[in-house]
Design a protein. Structure first.
Length: 115
């Protein structure tokens, strides 16, 4: 690809945004909390939508279980960090927080429905 001003601008913008996201722990915590709350919101949307359209219950639950299991497998393939091993990527932690939000949201919806 040619080294144009637009290409340099987009590359610099991407590098700066990644360094900003991984810079300090408050930003990491903020993104993890946002991911957790977005997972909770997604679970609420999934349960209300599939509850309204009663024919999509089984397929939506299959999709949610598949996503949760894939994220769990992705998260648990990394071992705890030590001196010779790097930390797991931050996107894995974000996906795990999203998974926890979905799980908590679906449990809360089940308790609301007394089922």
């Amino acid at each position: 690809m040619q080294d144009t001003r637009l290409n340099r601008l987009l590359t610099t913008l991407g590098d700066r945004s990644l360094s900003w996201l991984q810079n300090t722990w408050p930003r990491r915590l903020l993104l993890l909390l946002l991911s957790l709350f977005f997972g909770f919101f997604t679970a609420s949307g999934i349960s209300s939508t599939t509850g309204q359209l009663a024919i999509w219950d089984v397929s939506a639950s299959l999709l949610v279980v598949l996503i949760v299991e894939l994220i769990s497998r992705w998260f648990h393939q990394y071992r705890p960090p030590q001196r010779d091993r790097p930390r797991r990527p931050f996107i894995v932690d974000i996906a795990n927080a999203f998974k926890m939000g979905i799980t908590y949201g679906l449990f809360l919806e089940a308790f609301k429905l007394n089922s």
